[in-house]
Design a protein around this ligand. Structure first.
Ligand code: HEM
Ligand SMILES: *[C@@H]1O[C@H](CO)[C@@H](O)[C@H](O)[C@H]1NC(C)=O
Ligand SMILES: *[C@@H]1O[C@H](CO)[C@@H](O)[C@H](O)[C@H]1NC(C)=O
Ligand SMILES: *[C@@H]1O[C@H](CO)[C@@H](O)[C@H](O)[C@H]1NC(C)=O
Ligand SMILES: *[C@@H]1O[C@H](CO)[C@@H](O)[C@H](O)[C@H]1NC(C)=O
Ligand SMILES: *[C@@H]1O[C@H](CO)[C@@H](O)[C@H](O)[C@H]1NC(C)=O
Ligand SMILES: *[C@@H]1O[C@H](CO)[C@@H](O)[C@H](O)[C@H]1NC(C)=O
Ligand SMILES: *[C@@H]1O[C@H](CO)[C@@H](O)[C@H](O)[C@H]1NC(C)=O
Ligand SMILES: CC(=O)N[C@H]1CO[C@H](CO)[C@@H](O)[C@@H]1O
Length: 500
C-alpha cells in the first residue's frame, strides 16, 4: 500500500518532469536554466517598432540576437556558380523562407518549425557584384579569415589543420544556417533549399551541430554550461540582469543611427565570425586529473580536478562563477540569471578567486579595464554557436585520446570583426600580457582558447597554492579547423541589394 503510493507519486513527478522538459525542448529553441530569457515580440509591439524609431525586428535575421539556444543546426557553406540564377532564386524562393527575429519570437503566431538564415563572405559579396562600403580593404572581413589566421594564432601553414574549404577564401561565398528541433527537419530544409538553387551553388563544407543530450543540454563538450555571459542589447533584451553588460544595438548590428557610416543597405545586418573549434575532451580531462588543485581538508582529487577546470574557465561546470564560489561548485549560482553574472572582478586582484588568465576574464574583463563594466562596449559579441560531434566514447575516455572529432561550431555576431571576435582572440586571449595588473603583469594565455601557433603556452594563476607560478600547456585542448567571416544582411537587403 505504502510502497505503491510512493511509486505512484514518484512516477507522477517523473511524468511532470518529463512534460516540462519536453515542452522546453520540443520547439526550435532550447532554454537551459541560467540563460537570460528572450523577449516576447508580440505582433502589436513589433508593428509599432516597424514604423517608429528602434529596431526593426522584421528586418533582422533571427539567429543574430537569440544566442546559444539551438537544438539541432546545420551550417552549409557554398560557392556561387551562376550569379543570375542564384540572385533570382534568392529573391523568389529563398527570401520567403528566411526567418526574421520577429517571426521567431512573436507569441501571437506559432514559432516556425525551422529557422533559416543566410550570410555572405566578402568574396561572396564581390561575386554578387555588391560593391563597396561595408569595411575598408584591410579589415579582416575584407581579407578573409584564412588571411587572418596568423593574427588568430593558428598553427601555420593552415593547410595542416584547416578544413580545405576554409583555406580557399576566394571560393567560399556564403553559408546557410538551418536550425530545428530534429535532424530530419534540418536535413529536409537543406534538401529543399538545394533543390531550389540547383547548380547555381556548390557545396564547400557542411557541419552538423547539436545540443548535447539530457542534462548536458546547454553545456559545451568539456562539460561547462555555455551561453550565460551574453550582453543585454538595448532595444531587444527585456531586462539587464545584475552584472550583465549592456550594449547599444550598434555593438552588434551594423548601421544603427549612432554609427557614422553611410552604408544604408547594410543597416540591420551583422558580421558573423564562424570557427570550427575542435575540442580534445579526454586529453583535457587527463590534464585536469594530472594537475588537480588540491586544497587539504576541502576537496578530493576528483574535486581538485574539477577546481582546475573551473579556474581555467572562470566558471564551474554548472555555470557558477568562481568569483562567487572559489573552492566548491554551488550549482544554484550557475542556473540563476539573477546571480550568475553578478560579479565584476573589481577586488579580485590576487589570482585567488578568478585568475586573470581564466577564459571568461580574458574575454570579458568586466571592471579590470576601467572600473566601469561598460567601458569597452564595442568589444562585446553575441555568441550563437552549438556543439558538434558525438559524445566521448568509452574507448576514447579509457585511452585519454580523441579519435572522433567533436567541438564547438563557434558563431559570434558583432558590428565589427576587428572590434569583436578578432579583438577578443588576438588582443586578449592570445596575449600573455593581458590583463596587466601590477601584481601579475604577465598572466599568460587564456588556457581554453589562447593560441600560440601550436607552441606551448604559459598560464599563470591556475595553481591556487602558488599563484604566480606558470603552468605550461603543451597541448591545445581547443584546436582551430578554420572558419570564415561573413555578413548576415537584413531581410530587405537580401531582397534588394543582394538579389539585384
Ligand atoms: C571550444 C572553444 C570554446 C569553449 C569550450 C568555450 C567555453 C566557454 C564557457 C564554458 C564559457 C562560460 C559560460 C558563459 O559565460 O556563457 C564561455 C564564455 C565566453 N566565451 Fe567562450 N568558449 C570557446 C570559445 C570562445 C571563443 C573563440 C571566444 C571569442 C574569441 C569566446 C568568447 C567568450 C565570451 C565573450 C564569453 C563570455 C564571458 C563573460 O561575459 O563573462 N569563447 N566560453
Ligand atoms: C519538433 O517540434 C514540432 C513542433 O514544431 C513538434 O510537433 C515535434 O513533436 C517535435 N519533435 C521532437 C522530436 O521533439
Ligand atoms: C522593417 O523591415 C521590413 C522587412 O524587411 C520592411 O518591410 C519594413 O519596411 C521595415 N520598416 C521600416 C520602418 O524600415
Ligand atoms: C504574448 O506576450 C505578451 C507579453 O508577455 C502577453 O501579454 C500576451 O498575453 C502574450 N500573448 C499570447 C497569445 O500568448
Ligand atoms: C581600416 O579598418 C581598420 C579596422 O576597422 C582600421 O583599424 C584601419 O585604421 C582602417 N584603415 C584605414 C586606412 O581607414
Ligand atoms: C555620411 O554622410 C554625411 C552627410 O552626407 C557626411 O557628412 C558624412 O561625412 C558621411 N560619413 C561618412 C563616414 O562617409
Ligand atoms: C588516462 O589518464 C589517467 C589520468 O592521468 C591515468 O590514470 C590513466 O592511467 C590513463 N590511461 C591510459 C590508458 O593511459
Ligand atoms: C611565465 O610565462 C610568461 C609568458 O610566457 C613569461 O613572460 C614569464 O617570464 C614567465 N614567468 C615565470 C616566472 O617563469
Ligand atoms: C583580400 C586578400 O588579401 N585576399 C587574399 C587572401 O589570401 C588568398 C590566398 O593566400 C589570396 O589569394 C587573396 O588574394
Amino acid at each position: 500500500m505504502r510502497f505503491s503510493s510512493i511509486c505512484a507519486s514518484f512516477s507522477l513527478s517523473i511524468l511532470l518532469g518529463f512534460a516540462s522538459q519536453a515542452q522546453a525542448s520540443s520547439g526550435l529553441l532550447i532554454d537551459p536554466p541560467g540563460f537570460q530569457p528572450l523577449p516576447v515580440l508580440s505582433r502589436k509591439k513589433h508593428a509599432a517598432r516597424d514604423s517608429g524609431p528602434g529596431l526593426n525586428f522584421s528586418n533582422i535575421q533571427g539567429d543574430i540576437l537569440i544566442g546559444m539556444r539551438k537544438n539541432k543546426e546545420v551550417f552549409f557553406f557554398f560557392g556561387i556558380q551562376s550569379v543570375p540564377t542564384f540572385k533570382s532564386k534568392l529573391a523568389s524562393d529563398i527570401y520567403p523562407l528566411i526567418t526574421s527575429t520577429a517571426q521567431l519570437l512573436d507569441n501571437t503566431t506559432t514559432m516556425p518549425a525551422t529557422l533559416l538564415n543566410i550570410a555572405f563572405s566578402q568574396s561572396g559579396l564581390t561575386t554578387l557584384g555588391v560593391s563597396g562600403g561595408l569595411v575598408n580593404s584591410s579589415d579582416p572581413f575584407a581579407t578573409g579569415q584564412a588571411n587572418d589566421s596568423v593574427n588568430l594564432g593558428d598553427p601555420q601553414p593552415i593547410t595542416n589543420n584547416w578544413i580545405p574549404g576554409f583555406v580557399d577564401t576566394n571560393s567560399l561565398h556564403g553559408m546557410f544556417l538551418i536550425c530545428s528541433n530534429t535532424t530530419e527537419n534540418v536535413n529536409a530544409e537543406l534538401a529543399h533549399i538545394r533543390a531550389i538553387l540547383g547548380d547555381s551553388i556548390v557545396e564547400i563544407h557542411r557541419l552538423h551541430g547539436a545540443a548535447r543530450p539530457g542534462s548536458e543540454q546547454g553545456h559545451e563538450h568539456f562539460g561547462f554550461l555555455d551561453g550565460i555571459g551574453q550582453p543585454a542589447v538595448d532595444g531587444f533584451s527585456p531586462t539587464v540582469f545584475p552584472g550583465q553588460a549592456e550594449v547599444a544595438a550598434s555593438a552588434i548590428l551594423f548601421g544603427q543611427t549612432d554609427d557614422s557610416n553611410n552604408v544604408t543597405w547594410a543597416q540591420d545586418g551583422s558580421f558573423l565570425a564562424f570557427r570550427q573549434l575542435k575540442q580534445l575532451v579526454p586529453e583535457f580531462n587527463k590534464f585536469l586529473a594530472d594537475n588537480a588543485v588540491l586544497v587539504p581538508g576541502v576537496n578530493t582529487p576528483a574535486e581538485g580536478a574539477a577546481l582546475l577546470g573551473a579556474r581555467m574557465m572562470g566558471r564551474w561546470k554548472s555555470g557558477a562563477p568562481i568569483a562567487l564560489t572559489p573552492l566548491k561548485d554551488i550549482p544554484s549560482l550557475g542556473t540563476n540569471p539573477q546571480i550568475n553574472n553578478d560579479f565584476t572582478f573589481l577586488n579580485e586582484v590576487d589570482n585567488f578567486g578568478c585568475p586573470f588568465s581564466a577564459h571568461i576574464r580574458k574575454t570579458n574583463p568586466r571592471a579590470d579595464l576601467t572600473g566601469d563594466i561598460n567601458g569597452f562596449p564595442t568589444h562585446h559579441i553575441i555568441r550563437a554557436g552549438i556543439p558538434y560531434g558525438p559524445e566521448v566514447t568509452p574507448t576514447e575516455a579509457a585511452s585519454n585520446t580523441t579519435t572522433i572529432e567533436r567541438g564547438l561550431a563557434f558563431v559570434s555576431y558583432q558590428s565589427s570583426i576587428p572590434n569583436g571576435f578578432q579583438f577578443l582572440q588576438q588582443r586578449w586571449a592570445n596575449n600573455p600580457k593581458f590583463f596587466p595588473h601590477p601584481n601579475f603583469p604577465v598572466p599568460g594565455f587564456d588556457p581554453v582558447i589562447g593560441a600560440f601557433e601550436g607552441k606551448p603556452r604559459n598560464v599563470q594563476g591556475l595553481d591556487l597554492a602558488h599563484r604566480t607560478r606558470n603552468i605550461t600547456l603543451y597541448t591545445d585542448f581547443v584546436q582551430s579547423r578554420g572558419g570564415e567571416y561573413f555578413f548576415a544582411p537584413s531581410l530587405s537587403a537580401i531582397l534588394t541589394t543582394i538579389s539585384a
